[in-house]
Design a protein around this ligand. Structure first.
Ligand SMILES: [Zn+2]
Length: 151
């Protein structure tokens, strides 16, 4: 089984400017790219788990979000020698698209990643900046949760 370091995206990896999809607005939170590199080097899968309700709200498309994620990964690679192995996102918003099982604090995104990458949650760690990140991590069996203020 694999071990993984899970990261929330907005407000954890990058400065949260609100419904972010424009690549030119990407600004890394100091120390986080280096932390991702450390997990790369230690043999962890690095997986981003992110709520992206801007898709349900019609503020940006899945393609625009994917372009942003690819840009983030290319900058991590080029500037820090780091990389993210996979991105998991929830495009929903209950008020618009109905309930789903993936929007944090629900654990659906974590559970899907754990299943698809044969991850042992007990050997894994999760970084976030909100109570919903913590709740989703715990519900998926990842008890090593760290807030970004602990970086
Ligand atoms: Zn969802």
């Amino acid at each position: 089984m694999n071990k993984a370091a899970f990261f929330d995206r907005d407000g954890t990896i990058n400065v949260d400017t609100g419904y972010l999809y424009e690549t030119e607005k990407l600004k890394f939170i100091p120390g986080v790219p280096e932390l991702i590199k450390k997990y790369n080097d230690e043999g962890y899968l690095v997986i981003v788990v992110t709520n992206q309700s801007g898709i349900a709200r019609g503020m940006f498309t899945v393609e625009q979000m994917e372009r942003f994620n690819e840009y983030m990964n290319s900058r991590l690679q080029n500037e820090y020698g780091a990389h993210i192995d996979a991105f998991y996102y929830c495009p929903h918003l209950p008020e618009i698209t109905g309930e789903c099982d993936c929007r944090k604090p629900k654990p659906g995104l974590f559970l899907r990643a754990i299943h698809e990458h044969d991850i042992d949650p007990a050997q894994s760690v999760s970084y976030g900046n909100s109570e919903r990140d913590k709740m989703a991590s715990f519900a998926a069996g990842i008890h090593d949760y760290r807030g970004v203020d602990q970086l």
